[in-house]
Write a protein that binds this ligand. Structure first.
Ligand SMILES: [Zn+2]
Length: 136
């Protein structure tokens, strides 16, 4: 089994009106020349959780951290002008809580992080530490 010590949260940097999921991201990442979608999970605007890359295969979502992490992407994160914005739905946040709890059971040593802890980026456009207070 792959050793997992981090769960890293991302956003798709799409507008709230864009109802995208794992299939669209898979297409975008393939266009960039990757094998397949770089994230292991995608949470759609309606809160539905979709599977991306197999969890046993290292992702392509966070430079320097892919080997031992799981990548989760929430659809959204920018406003109509393309600026970073915390615009995720309650259903998305609820699904993120559920998914994180499930993964923490499977990988008790894994800690929860935002992409912005490892890169000079706004991603995922909300404070992951604050969100998971008591759980990280
Ligand atoms: Zn990211």
């Amino acid at each position: 089994m792959r050793k997992i010590n981090k769960i890293i949260i991302h956003c798709s940097a799409t507008k709230p009106t864009q109802d995208i999921g794992a299939a669209e991201i898979d297409m975008w990442h393939k266009k960039q020349g990757w094998d397949e979608i770089g994230y292991h999970f995608v949470i759609r605007r309606n809160g539905e959780t979709e599977k991306g890359r197999d969890i046993e295969i290292a992702g392509a979502h966070c430079k320097g951290q892919n080997k031992n992490s799981i990548g989760i992407c929430l659809a959204g994160g920018i406003d109509e002008n393309g600026r970073a914005e915390n615009n995720f739905t309650d259903k998305q946040f609820q699904s993120l809580r559920n998914l994180a709890a499930k993964l923490k059971k499977e990988y008790p040593n894994a800690t929860l992080h935002g992409h912005n802890e490892f890169a000079n980026k706004a991603c995922p456009c909300f404070d992951v530490r604050e969100f998971f207070k008591g759980m990280v």
